[in-house]
Design a protein around this ligand. Structure first.
Ligand SMILES: Nc1ncnc2c1ncn2[C@@H]1O[C@H](COP(=O)(O)OP(=O)(O)OP(=O)(O)O)[C@@H](O)[C@H]1O
Length: 306
């Protein structure tokens, strides 16, 4: 697999404070990459460096085959990337179409290229109903569609999304995600995402977790779940007291709420063994799979192994 982004030993120092402490990672071409971390972990600093908006202190960054180097202007990198930040960059007084055309011209697209690319972004982002409206009059969800269209007008190889769905209603979040996934599947675009929604991170091909400027865990969502989350089982007994006694006799730790006992299980096989043993006493049970939320909380509380 080809690397769309390669970062080696990246550091960023703000006066006395080292916000990014020598991180290295690779983003594969055509993949969905999720960059996670609590507030202040260094996500925005890293993303701004990759997008050529902030100077690194040291380390090497390669984007779409081009080496990041402020002294060379980074024009090729800028052409390779589209960026959707939390704050919009569009002009409130212009219509959506004017905003996007204006952006396309800044990239030096010809009229013909602009028309073709506009058609492309408009069909993905369903701009027909908002293209003649002034950006300042749009709802939050409509604005986000226009923001993403703006980032895509020059057909970049890599799309950076900094918390793209924060503050959006569930329906718009779903639309944004469908669009991103469809774009990826149909155009092999690489997507670099930061998010606070763990269910979004669970859709990524690769996840990197940052804490205080360092990578503390990385892998596929499944590998991270295996390492940092665990499955649980909820048990309901015919007779609560009997069940409680059975758990204590078998040295099984549990928590109880209104007659539902929650126990931790190491694997599905372990759950099966427990169920077999407890079967005569059981009224019902449910296995609850570990989530990316568990992964994040575990890593932030206890730290992970990079
Ligand atoms: N311009 C700056 N000058 C000094 N320190 C800064 C500057 N920008 C960020 N920092 C510090 O660097 C650290 C990393 O900040 P950064 O914004 O990159 O984190 P983040 O992971 O993006 O957080 P959030 O999720 O809140 O956006 C923080 O301790 C922050 O206070």
């Amino acid at each position: 697999m080809k690397a769309a982004i390669q970062v080696k030993g990246l550091r960023k120092q703000y006066n006395q404070h080292e916000a990014v402490k020598g991180i290295s990672f690779t983003v594969e071409e055509g993949s969905l990459f999720a960059f996670l971390g609590a507030n202040g972990a260094g996500k925005s600093t890293t993303i701004e460096i990759l997008c050529t908006l902030l100077k690194k202190s040291s380390g090497t960054v390669n984007i779409n085959g081009y080496t990041l180097d402020a002294s060379q202007g980074n024009a090729e990198i800028r052409k390779s990337i589209g960026v959707v930040f939390q704050q919009s960059l569009l002009d409130d007084r212009l219509t959506v179409r004017e905003n996007i055309w204006h952006r396309g011209k800044m990239y030096g697209l010809s009229k013909k290229e602009l028309a073709t690319n506009y058609q492309f972004v408009s069909s993905y982002l369903r701009l027909e109903d908002i293209e003649q409206k002034k950006y300042g009059t749009l709802s939050g969800g409509q604005k986000r569609r226009a923001d993403i269209a703006r980032a895509l007008i020059h057909r970049p190889a890599i799309l950076f999304l900094d918390e793209p769905t924060t503050g959006l209603d569930p329906q718009t979040r779903q639309f944004v995600w469908q669009t991103i996934k469809q774009l990826q599947a149909e155009t092999n675009m690489t997507v670099f995402l930061t998010t606070h929604y763990m269910e979004e991170a669970a859709m990524a091909h690769h996840v990197v977790v940052l804490r205080q400027g360092e990578i503390v865990a990385e892998g596929t969502p499944d590998a991270l779940k295996t390492a940092y989350a665990y499955d649980q089982m909820e048990l309901v007994f015919h007779h609560t007291d009997e069940g409680k006694q059975w758990l204590m006799q078998h040295n099984i730790s549990y928590s109880e709420k209104q007659g539902i006992f929650t126990v931790r299980v190491e694997s599905t096989l372990h759950a099966l063994e427990l169920l077999k043993q407890a079967e005569p006493l059981l009224a019902s049970f449910e296995v609850i799979k570990g989530t990316m939320d568990d992964v994040f909380i575990h890593i932030m509380e206890q730290g992970g192994a990079a």
